[in-house]
Design a binder for this molecule. Sequence first.
Ligand code: CA
Length: 228
Amino acid sequence: MRFLIVEDHVGMADQLAKGFRERGYNAKFVGDGEEGLFEASEIDYTLAVIDLGLPGMSGLELIRKLRQAGNKVPIIVLTARNDVESIVQAMEAGADDYLKKPVYLEELFAHIDAVLRRVLGDPQLDNPVLEFGSLQLDRHKRVVTRGAEPVELTKAEYEILEHLWRNAGRVQSKKSIADSYQRDPGADPKANSVEGLVGRIKRKIDPDKSLLPIETVRGHGYLFRESP
Ligand code: CA
C-alpha cells in the first residue's frame, strides 16, 4: 500500500510520518497542493490524506482538480478549521472522509482502514491473514509462517511478498514491485534488485518447491497464484 500525505505543517507531517513508518506503510509526504496534484496524477496511490489549509493551491482545490481529472484515489481530509462549511465543501468535492485536528494516529489509521474497506471493497482488509496452502501471512503482525515455522524475511522481502500476495491472480510488473518497497540505502544494488529479492523470497517461503506460489511471467513481471 502506498499513501500520499499532503500536509504543510512540518511538526504534523513528522508525527504522521512516524505513524506510517511504524506500521511499515510506504508514505510520500508533500507540503503543497501543486506537488500533491503532480504526485497523485503520476502515481497510483492507495489513499491520500489531504490537509485543507495549504499554501498556494488549497486542499479543496486539489480535491476538485483530482476528481475533475477522473482520479478516484480515496481521500481523507484533515482540517484544523472548525467550520462545517469547509468539511461539507470537501466532501461535496469528492473526499471520502474527514478528520479534525488534532489528529490521533490510532484514529487516523482506523479511518484509513474503514475508507479502504468501503471504497475498495477489499475483503482482505477484514481478515489480516492471507493463506496459500501451508503458507500464511499475517498483515497485522507482519509475520510469514509455513506450517508452524516462521519464515525469516527482510523488510523489503516482506513488503514485496505482501504486495504480490494481495494482488494474487494479477501479474505485477517489475516497476510496480519496485515501487512497493523501500530500498535499504546501504545494500548493494544487485542484491536489492527486484529479480534478486523475488528469487530469495521464493527460496525462503518454498524451499522444497512444493507449493510454487510465485510464477515468473516473462517480459511482464511476477504473479502470485490464487490457489496452490
Ligand atoms: Ca495546513
